[in-house]
Design a protein around this ligand. Structure first.
Ligand code: ACM
Ligand code: ZN
Length: 742
């Protein structure tokens, strides 16, 4: 029975044919919604009336994205000037009401009319977005439904956003997304009523914006690879890779975003995070012979702030940036500047002395003042990360992007500037959803509910802050997004849906369970039809009294399973009742949305899946490690959270051998490298060999995604990692071996 129910529900979700209460399941939830009795049946011959010409674009949007996809018959918008009498006719009306706020709208559905009312285009655009969500989910897809009629339930919606700034920060430096991918993301943002894209265009890892005056910035700075201005990273091996946007593409993207009422705020990350800039124009760097490694593992990534010619270069760059982006703001970064190069640069130290600064940290404030003046010359206001609020005051209109914790952000707010909240522990969507999933965790593990729970007013309740806080944004840093394919979509959705509701919906209307219900009832289906490869939540599995009990993430979700340790597929049986078994360790489960999307694979959380052996192990290597003296204890500990870090990039000829005191009998040995759980800083080029006598070695396999797994036939005395080519990160991390018992 449950099987049938699940199958049926999934079909319904996919086809989006739920027709009852069409005003339900809106995301973000409107501020005020009052269901009315009755419905309106749209069928051949229904008319659309534009009463204010300013809304023609929105009318055409609804025409093209809604009616034409829905109906088999053509709909002709009535173009005539309306009389009072016309307003009483049956039909769809676009109406103007100057008393509404710029992003506010009213949407009234009566048995004879659909009335969309706004004062400005943005409000009308959101009215249309809401109405589109009342249509079957496949209208968000690429094919036409060809219906002959469709009924909408009557409702009155009075809606407006909680915050005027509802954004997404997109890092295109670490992983490059081409113009059409960026447009796709902008389209998804618009469907969620987001209205700002903070475009992180430059960083250590790539300069992504064409600057005509300095073509070297993209000729060199946009590409990584062996012998390039920036070395390869993030498992691209030794390929040359990267990319940038031409100014023509940027203009096109800015226009595309504006059509969707999204303003783009460009970021040129300075004076730290400038490896791609300094790599392309080395003269901009400090005169310092001290090496340093930044918190992100970069070297030589700071601009000299005392070299006067640098400001001419930055002025020329900002002039071109300002001309491309109509936004009031240009974001100049300012985050995480590593002070070593300033501390050791005679020019920077002379400036510290001249200004009477206590230390080099004050140079950041000095730099921001210079940038503020340059931006003002080009008609722009400065935005930056929290760090730009330090020191002597800037223009009070300066905007900072908050990213640290409550305590630090409060200090910045007390300096009086405007703020956008992108607080790492809620809004950094490159963090993991759960410990078992891929992603970073340095800021927090961020399940959907955590992003949904974000409320700047609750964190900073003081009345005086409310005017300063312009709004909220999600941020996605892209170092872990190069693979698997479309992982950015997994990280963004559905957490971006939650952020959209944080930014739009009044706190009193927010309710996580209700939000989740709307996702499962319809919004996932919309995302699916938009073509988003969103994250599907895994089931929870427990083993008790010889029974496997599975809890799906939602009653409508379909869970499938396998009985021999492999990943479930769309062809695997559906879980419908507890499973009796003596071998729970062989079962694997995953949630499915349709056939195409599935969750990570899980096993029962309360059983030991593997018994790992812990033989006494000695390590021998020719690679220099950070804690060389602890190498033995780190890699012989069989504590899988422990890693040993090299002090340099791996190269051909590097090796590391694990030798066991006695040969071990094992069914399977897994050699994982890199940071546990996030497949980063691992061995990109290399192989594993093993020996039964410690003398003769036999090849076990090449590394793929940092890992080699092999099944030895005989007891193993030693396992060796051999590096065959330059690897792609500035360091590597080695882990303990996973040796399964026979
Ligand atoms: C940041 O995360 N460095 C703003
Ligand atoms: Zn310097």
């Amino acid at each position: 029975m449950k099987y049938l129910f699940s199958l049926f529900t999934s079909l319904v979700l996919l086809q989006g044919t739920l027709s009852a209460e069409t005003w339900k399941n809106l995301v973000p939830k409107p501020a005020n919604l009052t269901p009315q009795t009755g419905n309106i049946l749209l069928e051949k011959g229904f008319k659309t009336y534009l009463t204010a010409p300013q809304f023609e674009d929105e009318m055409l949007w609804l025409q093209e994205k809604g009616w034409e996809k829905l109906f088999v018959f053509p709909i002709q918008p009535a173009q005539k000037v309306l009389t009072k009498q016309d307003l009483n006719q049956a039909g769809v009306y676009f109406l103007h009401d100057a008393s509404l706020g710029a992003e506010a709208y009213r949407l009234e559905i009566t048995p004879t009319q659909i009335r969309l009312t706004a004062s400005e285009d943005a409000g009308m655009f959101y009215a249309v977005q809401t109405l589109l969500q009342m249509l079957p989910a496949p209208v968000f897809g690429t094919s036409d439904l060809e219906l002959r009629e469709y009924a909408l339930d009557c409702v009155t919606i009075e809606d407006q956003p909680r915050y005027g700034y509802r954004g997404l920060m997109l890092d295109v430096s670490r992983t490059f997304y081409n113009a059409s991918q960026v447009k796709e993301i902008i389209g998804w943002m618009a469907a969620h009523k987001l209205n700002r894209m903070h475009w992180h265009l430059t960083d250590d890892n790539g300069w992504r914006i064409e600057i005509k005056k300095y073509p070297q910035l993209t000729e060199k700075g946009a590409w990584r690879g062996v012998g390039e201005a920036t070395p390869p990273a993030y498992h691209q091996g030794n390929e040359r890779y990267g990319g940038f946007y031409t100014q023509r593409e940027i203009k096109d993207i800015v226009k595309y975003a504006a059509e969707r009422h999204i303003e783009i705020i460009p970021e040129i990350d300075l004076p730290g995070h400038s490896r791609a800039l300094v790599g392309s124009m080395p003269e901009l760097s400090c005169k310092s012979d001290k090496d340093y490694i930044t918190i992100n593992g970069e070297t030589d990534n700071v601009l000299c702030v005392a070299r006067e010619q640098n400001y001419k270069v930055l002025d020329n760059i900002m002039k071109e940036v300002a001309a491309l982006f109509p936004s009031q703001y240009i974001h100049i970064g300012g985050d995480e500047v590593e002070l070593t190069s300033w501390n050791n640069c005679p020019h920077c130290q002379a400036l510290v002395k001249e200004k009477g600064f206590e230390n080099s940290r004050f140079l950041l404030n000095e730099f921001a003042h210079r940038m503020e003046k340059i931006l003002a010359k080009h008609g722009k206001t400065m935005a930056g990360w929290e760090e730009i609020t330090e020191g002597e005051q800037h223009d009070p209109n300066t905007l900072f992007t908050a990213w640290h914790g409550v305590k630090e952000v409060k200090v910045c707010l007390d300096r009086g500037y405007k703020a956008v909240m992108q607080m790492a522990e809620y809004n950094y969507l490159d963090m993991k959803y759960t410990p078992a999933e891929r992603g970073h965790n340095w800021a927090a593990i961020i399940p959907l509910e955590k992003t949904y729970s974000f409320d700047p007013q609750a964190l900073f309740p003081d009345e005086k802050y409310q005017e300063q806080i312009l709004g909220v944004q999600a941020g996605i840093w892209s170092e872990l997004l190069a693979y698997p394919a479309r992982f950015i979509e997994y990280q963004l959705f559905p957490r971006t849906c939650a952020l959209a509701e944080v930014g739009w919906t009044p706190v009193a209307e927010k309710d996580f369970e209700d939000f989740e219900e709307r996702l499962y009832q319809k919004h996932f289906s919309r995302l699916y039809h938009m073509g988003i490869s969103f994250r599907v939540a895994p089931p929870k599995v427990r083993y008790e009294n010889n029974l496997l009990h599975v809890t799906a993430p939602h009653p409508s979700a379909v869970v499938r399973y396998t009985t021999e340790g492999s990943n479930p597929t769309a062809a695997s049986p559906v879980y419908c009742a507890t499973i009796a078994t003596d071998t729970p360790e062989n079962f694997r489960f995953a949630t499915f949305f349709g056939d195409a999307l599935s969750s990570i694979t899980v096993a029962a959380e309360n059983i030991e899946l593997y018994h790992y052996l812990q033989p006494k192990t000695t390590i021998e290597t020719n690679i220099p490690f950070r804690k060389q003296e602890e190498l033995q204890t780190l890699l012989g500990s069989y504590d899988f959270k422990k890693v040993a870090r090299t002090t340099r990039t791996l190269k051909a000829g590097d090796y590391l051998t694990y030798t066991f005191e006695e040969p071990v009998e094992s069914s399977r040995i897994t050699v994982e490298t890199g940071r546990p759980g996030i497949t980063f800083y691992g061995v990109t080029y290399g192989y594993v060999e093993y020996s039964t006598d410690g003398v003769q070695f036999e090849k076990a396999g090449e590394f793929r995604y940092n890992t080699v797994t092999f099944q030895p036939e005989q007891p193993v005395k030693a396992v060796r990692i051999v590096v065959t080519d330059v690897n792609d990160a500035y360091m590597a991390e080695f882990q303990n071996l996973k040796i399964e018992c026979k």
